[in-house]
Design a protein around this ligand. Structure first.
Ligand SMILES: *[C@@H]1O[C@H](CO)[C@@H](O)[C@H](O)[C@H]1NC(C)=O
Ligand SMILES: *[C@@H]1O[C@H](CO)[C@@H](O)[C@H](O)[C@H]1NC(C)=O
Ligand SMILES: *[C@@H]1O[C@H](CO)[C@@H](O)[C@H](O)[C@H]1NC(C)=O
Length: 560
C-alpha cells in the first residue's frame, strides 16, 4: 500500500509536466488520482499496443435533440416519422474542417485509423504506448484493481494539439477506470434447486405473475420485423438450455423450440456450456423471451477485445446498432455505473448515440441501478450518487417495485437527479411537482435542476430464473428493465400489425398521453447515504417514476 502511494505521487509530475508544456497541447481530461480501488503497477511497456477510439466534435447535437423530440412527442405533427440512419447521423457528423484537420494530423504521424460510425464522429486507432504517449501528451501506466487484480492501461491525463482543441472531445480508454464497473442488478440469491412453478406471486415472481399483474397478453406476437434486443456484457452468456427449462416450467403454453438469436461484437462469445451461464444474461433473456411472447429477441454479446470494461462496451454496442440498417425497435440493458465514474464528454457522447437511436425509432431502456440513492450498487456516501446512463434524458430508466397489495417501491431501486444533464421539458412539470412535495427533505444532497429518474418501474424482487439447470430467485432493477421492454415490444407488435409506426423514444409519450396508463406507486422509498432516500408519492417520484404498466391502458394510449 505504501509503495503504491509513493509510486502514484512520483508519477504525477511526470504525467503533468514537460510534454504538455512544450508542445502547445490542450488538456482534454485530467484526474487527480487513480480511480477508486486502483493503484499504479508501473509504466506501460512502450511496445504494448493500444486500441484507442477518438471522438470528433459533433456538428449539431442541438439539432439532433430537436429532431428527436419532434418525432417522439405525441402532439407534434411529425410524431412517429422516425429518421433514417443517414438523417440521424447527419446531425452528429463532424464538420469537413474537423475531419480534415484530425485525419491529416493522424496521417502526418503515420497513424492508420478506421471510422466506427455512420456519422464519422468516432475513429479507431491502433498505436503502441510510446506513440500514444507522444500523440496525446500522456503517460500510460498499468493500473491494478486492488481486490480483483484486474489490470488496465490508463493515463491520468491526456491532451491534443491546440490546433485540434475544437475538433476532438474524447479519447478512450484513457482516464476512466477499467473493468471494475458493475452491472445494475441481478443480485444473485442462492440458486436453490426449487422445482416447478412458484407457490405464489407474493414469494416468487414468474412470467404468469407479471402477465396477471400488468395484463400482459400471452398470445404470440405476429410481426417478424419487430425485434427486441438484449445487451450482454462482461462474459455473461445467455444459455439456451436454461431458457428451455425455464419456459417448460413457466411458459408451458409456448413451443419448446422458442429461443433467442445471438449477435456478437468485440470478440463477444456465445458459450453454451452449462456452467458458463450468466445470472444476468439468463435473467435478461428469460424475462424477454418469456414475456414478449413471440417477439423475435436477439441477445447482443459484447466481448472485451477493446481491452476495457462495460463503459467501452456501451460505446461499442451503441455504435454497432447505429451501423445497422434495421436496429431492434426496443433495446434493454441491465448494466450501469455511477455517473461520477464517467467523464462528462464521454457521457454526452453516449447520450447522443442514444438520441440517434431514439430518433430512428428505437426505445432504449436501462435498469436504474440497485443502490437506492447511493448509486449503482449500495455504497457509503454523503451526497446522493446519480447513476449512468439513467441521467441521460433520451432513454427510459426503469426502477423496481415489490409486492402486489399494494405494489410498493423496492428499497434498492436507484433514483434521483443527474448532475450532468438538466431536467428535460417533457418531465419539467412532473419533477417540479415532486420537488414541491419533497419540501426540505434531502435538500442539498441532490441536484434539483438535474434530469430525474427513473421514468417507470416494474416488479424487481424474487424473480424466478434458471441458471445452470437450477431454479432460483434474483432481485434487482435488472428484473425490471426486461419486463418493461417486453411490454413495449408487444405494443410495437400490435402497432406494426395495424400499419402504424413503433413507439420509439418513449418518454415524451410516457409523461403525457400514457401517464394515466401507468399505475402510480405511492409507498416505499430508496434509502442510502444515511437517509431514507426519496419517498414514492402520488405522481412521478425519484424511486418508481410514473409507475408500473397497465397493458390495456397503454394500448389505448398508443391508439390501439
Ligand atoms: C497502415 O496500414 C497499411 C496498409 O494496411 C500497412 O501497410 C501499414 O503497416 C500500417 N501502418 C501502421 C503504422 O500500422
Ligand atoms: C436469499 O433470499 C432469502 C429470502 O428471500 C434471504 O433470506 C437470503 O438472505 C437471500 N440470500 C442471499 C445470499 O442474498
Ligand atoms: C446540477 O445540474 C445542472 C444541470 O445539469 C448542472 O449544470 C450543474 O452543474 C449541476 N450541479 C452540480 C453541483 O453538479
Amino acid at each position: 500500500m505504501f509503495a503504491h502511494t509513493v509510486l502514484v505521487a512520483a508519477l504525477l509530475p511526470l504525467t503533468l509536466a514537460s510534454p504538455l508544456a512544450t508542445r502547445n497541447m490542450h488538456v482534454l481530461a485530467r484526474r487527480s488520482g487513480p480511480p477508486a480501488g486502483f493503484s499504479v503497477a508501473g509504466a506501460a511497456s512502450p511496445d504494448a499496443v493500444l486500441n484507442l477510439r477518438v471522438a470528433l466534435t459533433q456538428s449539431n447535437p442541438a439539432g439532433l435533440e430537436d429532431a428527436l423530440y419532434d418525432v417522439s412527442t405525441p402532439s407534434s405533427a411529425n410524431y412517429g416519422n422516425h429518421l433514417t440512419k443517414e438523417e440521424a447521423a447527419a446531425f452528429v457528423a463532424p464538420t469537413q474542417e474537423a475531419t480534415a484537420a484530425v485525419t491529416s494530423w493522424l496521417n502526418n504521424n503515420g497513424v492508420n485509423y478506421t471510422t466506427l460510425t455512420p456519422a464519422g464522429d468516432w475513429l479507431s486507432l491502433t498505436v503502441p504506448v510510446s506513440q500514444a504517449n507522444e500523440l496525446f501528451g500522456a503517460q500510460f501506466n498499468v493500473y491494478t484493481h486492488e481486490t480483483t487484480g484486474q489490470q488496465a492501461v490508463r493515463t491520468m491525463s491526456y491532451a491534443v494539439p491546440q490546433t485540434l482543441a475544437a475538433h476532438l472531445t474524447v479519447v478512450y480508454p484513457t482516464t476512466t477506470k477499467g473493468k471494475a464497473g458493475g452491472k445494475a442488478g441481478g443480485k444473485a440469491n442462492s440458486t436453490s434447486s426449487a422445482s416447478g412453478v412458484a407457490a405464489s406471486c407474493a414469494n416468487t415472481v414468474t412470467p404468469a405473475c407479471l402477465q396477471s399483474l400488468y395484463g400482459i397478453p400471452t398470445t404470440p406476437a405476429t410481426q417478424s420485423s419487430n425485434q427486441l434486443g438484449v445487451s450482454g456484457f462482461i462474459d455473461q452468456f445467455a444459455n439456451q438450455a436454461d431458457l428451455k427449462t425455464f419456459l417448460t416450467a413457466l411458459r408451458p403454453d409456448l413451443s419448446s423450440s422458442t429461443t433467442f438469436s445471438v449477435q456478437t461484437l468485440d470478440g463477444g462469445e456465445n458459450s453454451q456450456t452449462a456452467q458458463d451461464a450468466g445470472t444476468e444474461a439468463n435473467l435478461d433473456t428469460q424475462y424477454t423471451v418469456g414475456l414478449a411472447t413471440g417477439v423475435p429477441t436477439t441477445f447482443i454479446s459484447v466481448g472485451e477485445k477493446n481491452q476495457d470494461g462495460d463503459l467501452g462496451g456501451f460505446l461499442d454496442i451503441m455504435n454497432f446498432l447505429l451501423n445497422e440498417n434495421d436496429p431492434p425497435a426496443v433495446l434493454t440493458t441491465s448494466y450501469g455505473d455511477n455517473e461520477d465514474a464517467i467523464p462528462v464528454g464521454m457521457a454526452d457522447n453516449l447520450c447522443n448515440a442514444v438520441a440517434q437511436l431514439g430518433a430512428r425509432g428505437v426505445s432504449v431502456l436501462f435498469a436504474s441501478g440497485d443502490g437506492g440513492v447511493s448509486g449503482s450498487q449500495a455504497a457509503q456516501c454523503t451526497d446522493f450518487v446519480p447513476t449512468f446512463p439513467s441521467g441521460c434524458p433520451y432513454l427510459t430508466s426503469v426502477g423496481a417495485t415489490t409486492g402486489n397489495s399494494p405494489e410498493t417501491a423496492a428499497s434498492f431501486s436507484a433514483g434521483g437527479f443527474s448532475n450532468y444533464f438538466g431536467t428535460p421539458s417533457y418531465q419539467a412539470t412532473a419533477v417540479s411537482t415532486y420537488l414541491k412535495t419533497l419540501g426540505n427533505t434531502n435538500a442539498g444532497l441532490f441536484n434539483a435542476s438535474g434530469r430525474g429518474y427513473p421514468d417507470v418501474s416494474t416488479q424487481g424482487v424474487n424473480f424466478e430464473i434458471v441458471v445452470d439447470g437450477s431454479a432460483g430467485t434474483v432481485d434487482g432493477t435488472s428484473c425490471a428493465s426486461p419486463t418493461f421492454a417486453s411490454v413495449i415490444a408487444l405494443l410495437n407488435d400490435q402497432l406494426v400489425a395495424a400499419g402504424k409506426s413503433t413507439l420509439g423514444f418513449l418518454n415524451p409519450w410516457l409523461y403525457s398521453t400514457a401517464a394515466s396508463a401507468l399505475t402510480d406507486i405511492t409507498s416505499g422509498d430508496n434509502p442510502g447515504c444515511n437517509t431514507n432516500g426519496f419517498p414514492a408519492v402520488t405522481g412521478w417520484d425519484a424511486v418508481t417514476g410514473l409507475g408500473t404498466p397497465n397493458f390495456a391502458k397503454l394500448q389505448a394510449a398508443a391508439g390501439l
